[in-house]
Design a protein around this ligand. Sequence first.
Ligand code: HEC
Length: 150
Amino acid sequence: MTFRHIVAIALLAGGFAGTAGLVHAQGTDIVAAREDGMKATAKNAKAIKTALDAGADLAPLTANAQEIAAWGHKIPSMFPPGSDTGKTEALPAVWTHKADFDKHAGDLSAAADKLAVALAANDAGAAKAAFTATGQVCAACHRSYREKKK
Ligand code: HEC
């Protein structure tokens, strides 16, 4: 084996290791980022629930519902191919049924948009109904696509 061969093999091996490292780092980051996004969404939902239960002024919670809607728009891009490994609770079905998964994400935005309108109008009745509907979208998606079903 010539020196040139050794260099070529070393470069090749380094290239592979580098690519694998990159894919891995990216996979880990995206899982952490989407779990943070879900947690933020749960916090927004909790803030709205607290206000509803307390009979508080609802208009200030409009932004929380808008954030949930925005997250719904973002969900599809947070589950790219290859991000199914590592510390994820996402089930393989996310990637085998991506169109249906994305539809659930769209449902979340639609439900949260309605919730935002009801909150902005300080309409407690409509807001409670929209909040329940939003929660049902979370649960429906988790049932099919998340290890923990709640
Ligand atoms: C389109 C499907 C979908 C919708 C809609 C959805 N989720 Fe999730 N959620 C998931 C998946 C998949 C995971 C697992 C993500 C992972 O671990 O990679 C998850 C994880 C979570 C987690 C755990 C995050 C962590 O720290 O690991 C929480 C909390 C959560 N979701 C809350 C919510 C709430 C609240 C809603 C509704 C307002 C919601 N989700 C709507 C699919 C969805």
